[in-house]
Design a protein. Structure first.
Ligand code: TRP
Ligand code: ZN
Length: 883
């Protein structure tokens, strides 16, 4: 790093001095080199002073071949070229700039800008990749109309795609051809896309409520053509859902999706031409699990929903990223909840939030959903911006109600369609549409960290009043300074002794509301008084996880066990069970630390037993309720994570449950096992429940359970069952383990997405020494540092989903991760930076582990060639940068 990279600050936002109204691009694609001819119609903004108005265009890894202004070659004295861009010195008020640059997609391993994935040329411009294609004002508030001409070889690149409509095409000499595209809607450069390659199309169509017919095209490698059906039907469902729920239609005549195998993220919402990771497009029952099907449906919907929340209304600057991402994640979460199961989806989302976002919020990478500064924007595509951002949007809906929220959305679109706006604009639309004051709600945007919510209840038998004291404090338990309290919606209910919700009537109210109601906590402390409460109730707080806070209330294990049985809110019923299990498992870990045998609390056992008997419960919900909190979540409840004893405690608990309830688990397994695959919801529920039973049944490693897992593996006609069985076999010391692994490899070695699972599965086992195996796999013929899916499937799975393996006390896991970060950083800084976050929590581990993690971080950061992506992550993790 020649010079320490400098941060950008939100407060420094200024409009650009020039607008770029039209962009005319021509790509000449040739093996080894591509030239890009760009004609930009530029106009100085009227309020800008001509004397100070140099035009600074961004550019990166571009080789400038020609430059002219209004048709005349530009004199060298009138511009300057640097490593970060091109400056035009005092250009006229209005002009056409023409540049010709050479770029090299074949050598672009960063997967940003124009690059090659397998044999396909494709682009990724968000956040700042367009500047790697041509010189431009590469910022989202510059919205322009694009025309794109692509020229390439006809045999190797028969398909040439870009945004908008295909308006003309023709042949050229030398076996080449061209296509001309026009995108009528002005867009920011990050939504530009181009694809050229040998692809096949899976076609469909959709008719909007207004009766407009839209062509749907999914473009994939010819060998994948049979696996696009699920993606297409997901797209149609998403279109219908947005029409029905928000009255939003797609406005172009064609919607294209392209699947590529080398991609840094899940997918990209480029206008009219989404580019997807193959992982979120291709599916058939033999290679994709039920979870994969659900994820594909969600990502397809997410990118489609961006057409309104992101593309038509876009972000003024990158500090506003949560404006489009938080909102669009919230929309895809609602979609999945509607199509599948509301409580199950809520539980899954909150699990991610707590496991990943709460950890980010509590560590050195902490930032508000609208950050104040960044060095490398790509590092800010975080769970905080996305998932906590979605929680913030959800709170508007909880506070304003569904109708109020919809009114706010309508106002937002009516005001801002076609514009680049801010999070404040969104909040203002919500407030104005509902004639309410949401000023305090800004704390959710400008304050980092997870608030702590303390709750304490008191029952007064004489007056029949139940008093609920609520207090909010800062993430570290500090009292909040004046004016820093959050505006927190708290959905709650009170249960009577039979477990029924009682009618709720706050002091001074005449009518009672039945069931759940939403309290608004605005001050640091507030007391709510419920009247005419006949008997001492059991409170159920934060139903549906109505706010992203940490609830601390002194609840007895009896109360938790009671809620685990009776709460009418299925999220809170699950949550009570998890809270009880956490308390019990932490106690067991403590016993193990002191050399005492650890046993499960009978209260938990009877709660677990009641779940096993709940034959009416939805299978996917029950599978989650029967699963113990994972080791990362348990670790978060400790100041210093006791890696080994948490692992032993959880294992002991699973074995004990397996012993005590073996007969019932066997029955659940048998009752829910289907010989043939179906994609119906009911079949998915049954598979999830069955595979949860399998996990317990194999916990003791009996030969009967090995046979059960092996038989399931051998007979499975779908990936959910095959993967679940193999995962269990891998955790057991038996010859079937290696046999199954070999069978799986032989079957799937030619199918990348399935082979990714083979790598992941071997990174996850906890009962054997996994670091060595992962190290060996790094040298496997099928391992490839250039393919992000493959790297993530092995290395990220290991570092983020196997606590006891990754944190092996000799530090071998950390050294492995750091080695991979260093090797990947030379090719793909974005991916390397993401991997390196696995070391950021070093302060939360014991002395030896902590030191080993820190040493690796220092090693990564100290290299002279470190990218700014990794430099920023490692620097922040080491506490060398303030926020
Ligand atoms: N906007 C994309 C989404 O959320 C995210 C994305 C795709 C992205 N590729 C990227 C972000 C590359 C940064 C860099 O749907
Ligand atoms: Zn998105």
């Amino acid at each position: 790093m020649p010079q320490s990279p400098q941060p950008r600050f939100r407060r420094d936002y200024r409009p650009a001095p020039y607008a770029i109204e039209r962009v005319d691009l021509c790509f000449e694609i040739r093996p080894g080199e591509t030239t890009v001819v760009a004609k930009l119609s530029v106009r100085r903004n009227s309020e800008v002073d001509a004397a100070s108005a140099d035009l600074v265009l961004d550019g990166e890894s571009l080789h400038l071949l020609e430059i002219s202004l209004d048709g005349h070659p530009l004199d060298e004295a009138r511009y300057r070229v640097a490593a970060t861009g091109l400056t035009l010195l005092r250009p006229p008020a209005s002009f056409e700039l023409r540049t010709v640059v050479r770029i090299s997609p074949e050598n672009n391993s960063a997967l940003s800008g124009l690059y090659r994935s397998s044999d396909t040329y494709c682009t990724q411009c968000e956040a700042e990749g367009f500047r790697r294609i041509t010189f431009f004002l590469d910022r989202p508030d510059i919205m322009s109309v694009y025309r794109t001409r692509i020229e390439a070889d006809k045999i190797s690149c028969p398909v040439l795609l870009s945004n908008g409509n295909r308006v003309a095409s023709g042949d050229l000499e030398g076996g080449r051809h061209w296509v001309q595209w026009e995108d009528p809607s002005p867009k920011p450069s990050y939504l530009f896309a181009l694809v050229a390659g040998n692809l096949r199309c899976h076609r469909g169509e959709h008719t909007t409520p207004k009766g407009r017919r839209i062509e749907l095209e999914i473009w994939v490698d010819p060998s994948d053509l049979a696996h696009c059906g699920h993606a297409l039907s997901s797209l149609k469902k998403a279109m219908r859902w947005d029409e029905e729920n928000y009255g939003l239609e797609y406005e172009l005549d064609i919607y294209m999706i392209v699947a590529v195998s080398d991609f840094n993220m899940g997918a990209m919402e480029n206008k009219g031409l989404n580019v997807f990771n193959t992982k979120y497009v291709l599916a058939d029952p033999a290679t994709a699990t039920d979870d994969d099907y659900e994820n594909i449906e969600a990502v397809i919907a997410h990118e489609y929903f961006h057409n309104w929340t992101g593309n038509r209304v876009t972000c003024r600057d990158w500090f506003q990223l949560t404006l489009k991402e938080g909102l669009t994640v919230f929309r895809d979460q609602s979609f999945t909840a509607d199509l599948r199961s509301d409580p199950v989806k809520r539980i899954l989302d909150v699990k991610t939030l707590r496991a990943v976002q709460f950890a980010e919020d509590a560590g050195p990478m902490r930032h508000p959903i609208r950050p104040e500064s960044y060095i490398e924007m790509n590092n800010f595509y975080t769970v905080t911006v996305y998932n906590k951002g979605a929680e913030v949007v959800r709170m508007y809906r909880t506070l304003l109600g569904r109708d109020g929220f919809r009114k706010g959305m309508d106002t937002y679109f009516a005001r801002h369609d076609g514009h680049a706006v801010t999070c404040d604009d969104f909040r203002a639309a919500m407030a104005d549409a509902n004639e309410t004051d949401l000023r305090q709600f800004e704390r959710w945007y400008d304050q980092a960290g997870t608030p702590i919510l303390r709750a304490e209840g008191r029952y007064h038998p004489q007056s029949e009043i139940y008093e609920l004291d609520l207090e909010q404090i800062g993430p570290q338990g500090e009292p909040l300074p004046e004016g820093r309290a959050w505006h927190v919606p708290i959905a709650m209910g009170l249960l009577d002794a039979d477990g029924q919700d009682i009618p709720l009537r706050l002091e001074g109210e005449v009518d009672a509301s039945a069931g759940t109601r939403v309290l608004e906590l605005r001050r640091a402390r507030q007391t709510f008084r419920f009247t005419r409460v006949k008997d001492p109730p059991t409170p159920s707080l934060l139903r549906g996880f109505s706010a992203p806070v940490q609830l601390r209330s002194e609840r007895s294990r009896e109360d938790l066990a009671f809620l685990m049985r009776h709460d009418s809110d299925r999220f809170n019923r699950w949550d009570a069970g998890q809270t009880l299990a956490t308390s019990v498992l932490l106690e067991m870990a403590g016993q193990l630390r002191n050399g005492v045998t650890a046993k499960l609390d009978p209260l938990f056992l009877s709660g677990f037993e009641a779940l096993l008997d709940d034959t009416a419960a939805e299978g996917s919900w029950l599978a989650l309720a029967l699963t113990l909190p994972d080791e990362h979540v348990l670790g978060q409840a400790m100041d210093i994570v006791d890696v080994d004893n948490l692992h032993l405690a959880r294992e002991a608990a699973q074995r004990e449950l397996s012993e005590l309830f073996g007969a019932r688990l066997t029955r659940i397994y048998a009752d829910n096992h289907d010989a043939t695959y179906s994609s119906e919801k009911r079949a998915i529920d049954r598979r999830r429940l069955k595979n949860t039973a399998l996990r317990y049944l194999t916990a003791r490693g009996t030969s009967a359970s090995i046979a059960l897992a092996w038989n399931q593996f051998e007979a499975a006609d779908n990936m959910s069952d095959s993967e679940a069985a193999l995962a269990q076999l891998l955790d057991m010391d038996t010859p079937e383990r290696d046999r199954a692994l070999a069978v799986f490899y032989a079957r799937w070695r030619e199918v990348p997405l399935a082979l990714d699972k083979w790598f992941s599965l071997q990174a996850l086992p906890q009962r054997i020494h996994t670091v060595a195996r992962v190290r060996t796999l790094l040298s496997h013929d099928d391992f490839n540092l250039s393919n992000p899916n493959r790297v993530r499937s092995l290395v990220q799975a290991f570092s983020t989903r196997n606590q006891v393996g990754f944190h092996s006390s000799d530090g071998a896991g950390y050294a492995l991760l750091a080695d991979v970060v260093v090797a990947v950083d030379a090719k793909n800084p974005q991916l390397a930076a993401r991997l390196s976050t696995g070391l950021s929590q070093w302060r939360r581990f014991d002395g030896r582990r902590s030191k080993a993690m820190k040493t690796q971080l220092e090693r990564i950061a100290a290299r002279p060639q470190v990218s700014r992506d990794v430099f920023e992550i490692a620097g922040r993790a080491l506490g060398r940068m303030d926020r």
